[in-house]
Ligand binder design. Sequence first.
Ligand SMILES: C[S@@+](CC[C@H](N)C(=O)[O-])C[C@H]1O[C@@H](n2cnc3c(N)ncnc32)[C@H](O)[C@@H]1O
Length: 345
Amino acid sequence: MTGTRIHTVQQLLEVLDQVVEASGRGDRSRTSAADYWSNLLTTPGHPLTTQLPDEPLVDWHERGLLGELAGARVLDVGCGGGRNSRWFAEQSAVVDGVDLAGELLDTVRTALPDTVTLTTADILRDPLPYDQYDVVYDSGCFHHIAPHRRITYLERVLPLVRAGGRFGIVAFAGERMETPADADIVGSGDTYGGMSFSLDDLRTIFDALSPVELRPAAYAGCMTGERTLRLDVLYCAVAAVGLVGFAGPLAELAGVPAVALTVAGVGVLGWAGYLAYLTAKAPRRQALRVVLAVNVVATLGIAVAAVTSQQVVLTALLAAVAVEVGAFAVSQALALKAISRQPAN
Ligand SMILES: C[S@@+](CC[C@H](N)C(=O)[O-])C[C@H]1O[C@@H](n2cnc3c(N)ncnc32)[C@H](O)[C@@H]1O
C-alpha cells in the first residue's frame, strides 16, 4: 500500500503536517497541542501569565500607529490567556480572541471584559468568527507555526485585515536568538519551541503588507522597569514600617509630634500599595512615568529638609533617604529610556 500520491499543494502540506506531528516536540500549532498550551500558560511564574499587554502594542497605540481603537474590530490570533485582548477591550475595541487551547479560554473567559469574545479554533484550519478586522494582532502564535504552514497562515489571516487596517505581530527575534533553518525543521519535524525571525525575514514574509514599523521589542527596559518598581514597593513598605515603629524617637529627633510621623508612615504604606498596583496592572511606561515624577518630587523635598535641618544626625538620615529615593528615580528614568521608541525602519 503506497497511499495517495501527492498531486495537490494541500496534500503536500498534510504530509508535512504528519512529519511535524510525529516529531518528539510535536506540532504546537494544531489542536493536539491544546493541553500543552493550557498547562504552560497557567503555570505560575510563566512570563505569559502576566496581565500586562505587549510593550510594542502599547507603544504603537500611543503613537497612533494602530488607528482609532475605540469601536474598532480586533482579532487576537492565538490569544492565550487574553492579556492583549483585554488591553484592546480597555481601549474600547470589540475583540475576537481565537486560540486552539479551549480549556485555557474557558478558564479566563469570565475574567475578561464583555467586549472580548473567545473562540476555540485552529486559525489554520477552522472557520473563524468574522472576516474583516480593523486590527489583526498576533503575539507569539506565528513563530510556533511549522514553516510549511506559514503559507496557510498568510492565505487565511492576511485577508482578514480590512483595506487600510493594521496587522501587528510580535515574534521571536532572529537577531537575539538563533533557531535552525527551515529545511532542517521541515526535515526533522522539530519546531524547537518556536522559530525566530529577523526583521528582514518578517519584511519578506509579510511583503503583501506595507510596513508601518519593524523594530525589536524593548523587553530589556520592561524587565529593568519591573525590577526597579518592585524594589521601590519593598523600600517604601520597609520605610513605612520604620516610620511607624520608630515614630517616638524620630519625632524627638525632628522636634515634631509622633502622631505626624505615624500619619506619614501610613501615607508611605498607602503609596507602597498603590505602587504595587501600578506595577502589576498599569502599562510599564505609564507606571514608570508616574513613579519617576513622584520620586523626583520626593527627592527634592527630602533634600531640602536635610539641608535646612539643624540636627546633624537628622541631616545625615534625610540625606541618605534623599540619595536612595533619587537612585530609584534615576533607575526609573533609565528604564524609561530603554523602553523609549526605536526609530522606524
Ligand atoms: C506563546 S502563546 C501566546 C499567547 C498570547 N498571545 C500571549 O501573548 O500571551 C501562543 C498561543 O498560540 C496559540 N496557537 C498556536 N497555534 C495556533 C493555531 N493554529 N490556532 C490558534 N491558536 C494557536 C496557542 O494555543 C497559544 O495560546
